[in-house]
Design a protein around this ligand. Structure first.
Ligand SMILES: O=P(O)(O)OC[C@H]1O[C@H](OP(=O)(O)OP(=O)(O)O)[C@H](O)[C@@H]1O
Ligand SMILES: O=c1cc[nH]c(=O)[nH]1
Ligand SMILES: [Mg+2]
Length: 213
């Protein structure tokens, strides 16, 4: 597994406001959206393309376009939904599938409660969106799910990652034989005793959409 921390002053600037406890939901949603577009630029460096012949008003030439089948973007509900528009702005012709997953706040185990994905992901490049890589349990389960369906290249775009979560995720992917890349806006210090990222930004889903009941 490769981990890339995007080192850019605009990313750091937006992330700082996102973390602030006084940042309200509308501002949080806007910043998450803007951050994803910046991260997606880095995360799509290896998106698959193919040559295409075109004619400009001046001359014929060869350009490139996204290969077929198109990349699949998979936001992990709930919080990953806050990253979808920012991603699709950069890659509007991608397809979108959905995974609903929730972490039990006592055991920190992730379970899947919803799935709407193509049955066959053979040969598909997949971009998974989830703002938080905490213990890594959610992303490990999501990646296994996608690989079991045939996905052969997976890039996870997260806003914050914890070092313990990255180590767990890498260990949890033992035996997974496809390239996995994590692109994050920051690698934070650690997890606290509740499995929250420190300094982090709190509960991303609650900050985007309000407290879940
Ligand atoms: O790395 P992990 O320890 O598995 O934790 C990360 C997960 O926790 C949060 O989701 P949550 O379970 O709170 O669901 P929500 O998006 O509905 O709020 C977050 O959006 C990740 O999916
Ligand atoms: O810090 C954390 C950890 C898991 N999920 C969140 O939303 N925030
Ligand atoms: Mg949550």
């Amino acid at each position: 597994m490769e981990t890339r921390v995007v080192d850019h002053p605009l990313v750091a600037h937006k992330l700082t406001t996102l973390r602030e406890e006084t940042t309200d939901s509308p501002t949080f949603r806007r910043l998450a959206d803007e951050l994803v577009t910046l991260l997606a630029y880095e995360a799509t460096r290896s998106v698959r393309v193919e040559p295409v012949a075109i004619t400009t008003p001046v001359a014929p030439t060869t350009g490139i376009r996204l290969s077929s089948p198109k990349p699949l973007v998979v936001p992990i509900l709930r919080a990953g939904l806050g990253m979808l528009d920012g991603m699709m702005r950069l890659m509007p012709t991608a397809e979108v599938g959905f995974l609903g997953m929730v972490r039990d706040e006592a055991t920190l185990e992730a379970t899947t409660y919803a799935e709407r994905l193509p049955a066959d992901l053979s040969g598909r490049q997949v971009y998974v969106l989830d703002p938080m890589l905490a213990t890594g349990g959610t992303l490990a389960a999501a990646i296994r799910f996608l690989v079991d369906r045939g996905a052969d290249d997976i890039t996870c775009i997260v806003l914050l990652a914890a070092p313990e979560g990255c180590a767990n995720l890498s260990a949890g992917l033992e035996g997974v034989d496809v390239p996995v890349t994590v692109v994050t806006a920051a690698m934070d210090e650690r997890l606290n005793e509740h499995g929250y990222i420190v300094p982090g930004l709190g509960d991303a889903g609650d900050r985007l959409y309000g407290v879940a009941h």
